[in-house]
Design a protein around this ligand. Structure first.
Ligand SMILES: *[C@@H]1O[C@H](CO)[C@@H](O)[C@H](O)[C@H]1NC(C)=O
Ligand SMILES: *[C@@H]1O[C@H](CO)[C@@H](O)[C@H](O)[C@H]1NC(C)=O
Ligand SMILES: *[C@@H]1O[C@H](CO)[C@@H](O)[C@H](O)[C@H]1NC(C)=O
Ligand SMILES: *[C@@H]1O[C@H](CO)[C@@H](O)[C@H](O)[C@H]1NC(C)=O
Ligand SMILES: *[C@@H]1O[C@H](CO)[C@@H](O)[C@H](O)[C@H]1NC(C)=O
Ligand SMILES: *[C@@H]1O[C@H](CO)[C@@H](O)[C@H](O)[C@H]1NC(C)=O
Ligand SMILES: *[C@@H]1O[C@H](CO)[C@@H](O)[C@H](O)[C@H]1NC(C)=O
Ligand SMILES: *[C@@H]1O[C@H](CO)[C@@H](O)[C@H](O)[C@H]1NC(C)=O
Ligand SMILES: *[C@@H]1O[C@H](CO)[C@@H](O)[C@H](O)[C@H]1NC(C)=O
Ligand SMILES: *[C@@H]1O[C@H](CO)[C@@H](O)[C@H](O)[C@H]1NC(C)=O
Ligand SMILES: *[C@@H]1O[C@H](CO)[C@@H](O)[C@H](O)[C@H]1NC(C)=O
Ligand SMILES: *[C@@H]1O[C@H](CO)[C@@H](O)[C@H](O)[C@H]1NC(C)=O
Length: 352
């Protein structure tokens, strides 16, 4: 009997401590520990986040109405200085973490990647360094990862990406190295990838063509090599591709057969792309900007280039292109800018 009572009490104590471990008390402690590591102009945050008011009324904090748990922490543009406390990982209901455009230093705590309800992490425009927690690429819920304009280094995560809900991956302007792993093709909800301004090398993996909802692919200013997967142009949701300032080579090829393209901007200047402009480029019917200057493109411009009837800007300068400027180019009424400086072309361009 006594033993039973003892067990019951023990059970009660365990229950109690579990509910304590995950309660709005924990949230308050986590926020205070976070606040402890930062300074704000005129101690604005220290004066606002005081224990005599509920943390749910603190500046930048949003709670669930009933259980008073923190669901969003929005502290952008506040000139906050300091490091991001690992205690934030204890905010087990947090869905949105927005610390963009402050002066946070140091690393991104590993635990943030494991937060069970995290949908948005936006810490762009700070001075964060170290590597990206690999846990972020294993998060079932995360939809937006924006770490752009920091000083993050280390290799892109090569292991399997398990981010079935990820829509935006913005890692622009850091110092990331390594490759774009083939498992990127498993992140099938991706709409917007921006890895521009890093030191990423290797090929553009073929699997990127599996991203059937992709709208923007920005890989500008990296160290990518190899050829552009032709299947890329068969993603009908794509609106913009920028591959300029890399070491890409091989020919510019579109997939054989029929494709449906909505691509408006295609730029791949400053690479070593060779071969001719393929005549089936006509399938890119929505193209407004085509930039292929500073490459190694040879042959003639296809005579039917006038088929790109919505073209506004066309950059083909600094290529060993031969022949004459096709007259059909003059039929494009939307064309505003043509750059063909330093080609081997002869003849006059007549705009109709
Ligand atoms: C903290 O900031 C919020 C939002 O601006 C404001 O409503 C609240 O009164 C402030 N609390 C204190 C104690 O300053
Ligand atoms: C809360 O406490 C701080 C000191 O910790 C005090 O300066 C502030 O006036 C108090 N605010 C309210 C609303 O009572
Ligand atoms: C924590 O939640 C309880 C009810 O669950 C509420 O009475 C209490 O005021 C909350 N504490 C804070 C600091 O919000
Ligand atoms: C960044 O925050 C500062 C204030 O801290 C503000 O003046 C500036 O406009 C913000 N920049 C952006 C891009 O929001
Ligand atoms: C999370 O909360 C628990 C319980 O309050 C605490 O022991 C632990 O140190 C916290 N973790 C971090 C990283 O602050
Ligand atoms: C990050 O920057 C801090 C200075 O802010 C430095 O002490 C630390 O060594 C850096 N860490 C890495 C991994 O570069
Ligand atoms: C993609 O996901 C599937 C199922 O989770 C897995 O079997 C496969 O290895 C993954 N592919 C890559 C390249 O990671
Ligand atoms: C990409 O899609 C093809 C089928 O179209 C499939 O065989 C392949 O496993 C997929 N790769 C990834 C990485 O999801
Ligand atoms: C991605 O980077 C390019 C420049 O490299 C920029 O034009 C574009 O707006 C960026 N997109 C996002 C979502 O940051
Ligand atoms: C982003 O990086 C590019 C070079 O990679 C640089 O030219 C540009 O100034 C950077 N932008 C910012 C805002 O740091
Ligand atoms: C383009 O993709 C569609 C599916 O979205 C597929 O049916 C078609 O065969 C592909 N075309 C080429 C030329 O690969
Ligand atoms: C340009 O392409 C030609 C073949 O078309 C090749 O012989 C030459 O090496 C290439 N030049 C560069 C700089 O890649």
């Amino acid at each position: 009997m006594e033993k039973h009572i003892f067990l019951l009490i023990l059970l009660f104590l365990i229950q109690f401590s579990i509910s304590l471990a995950s309660s709005n008390e924990t949230d308050q402690q986590a926020l205070l520990a976070f606040q402890n590591l930062i300074t704000s102009p005129n101690h604005f945050l220290a004066n606002n986040w005081t224990k005599n008011t509920s943390f749910c009324s603190w500046y930048g904090v949003t709670c669930t109405p009933k259980s008073q748990r923190v669901v969003a922490l929005d502290l952008p543009n506040l000139q906050l200085q300091g490091t991001i406390s690992p205690s934030l990982a204890n905010l087990s209901f947090l869905g949105v973490l927005n610390l963009q455009n402050n002066s946070f230093r140091g690393g991104i705590p590993y635990g943030l990647g494991h937060m069970p309800r995290l949908r948005v992490i936006d810490v762009k425009n700070n001075q964060l360094n170290g590597s990206i927690p690999t846990s972020l690429f294993q998060n079932r819920r995360v939809q937006v990862i924006s770490l752009a304009f920091n000083e993050l280094s280390g290799e892109m995560w090569r292991g399997p990406w398990y981010v079935p809900k990820l829509r935006v991956l913005n890692l622009r302007n850091n110092s990331l190295t390594g490759i774009i792993p083939p498992s990127v093709g498993n992140a099938t909800k991706l709409l917007n990838i921006n890895l521009s301004g890093n030191r990423i090398n290797g090929n553009i993996p073929m699997e990127i063509s599996n991203l059937s909802q992709l709208a923007f692919l920005f890989l500008l200013d990296n160290q990518l090599t190899g050829s552009i997967p032709p299947t890329l142009f068969n993603i009908s949701s794509l609106l913009g591709i920028s591959l300029s300032f890399n070491g890409l080579s091989g020919p510019l090829l579109l997939d054989e057969g029929n494709i449906v393209s909505n691509l408006k901007h295609l730029s791949m200047s400053f690479n070593q792309i060779s071969g001719c402009i393929p005549s089936n480029i006509c399938q890119l019917t929505e193209l407004k900007l085509l930039s292929i200057s500073f490459n190694n493109i040879t042959g003639h411009i296809p005579r039917n280039i006038g088929c790109l009837s919505k073209l506004e800007r066309f950059y083909i300068g600094e290529n060993p292109i031969e022949g004459t400027i096709p007259t059909s180019l003059g039929n494009i009424s939307t064309l505003q800018y043509l750059d063909c400086v330093d080609n081997w072309m002869k003849g006059k361009f007549l705009k109709n």
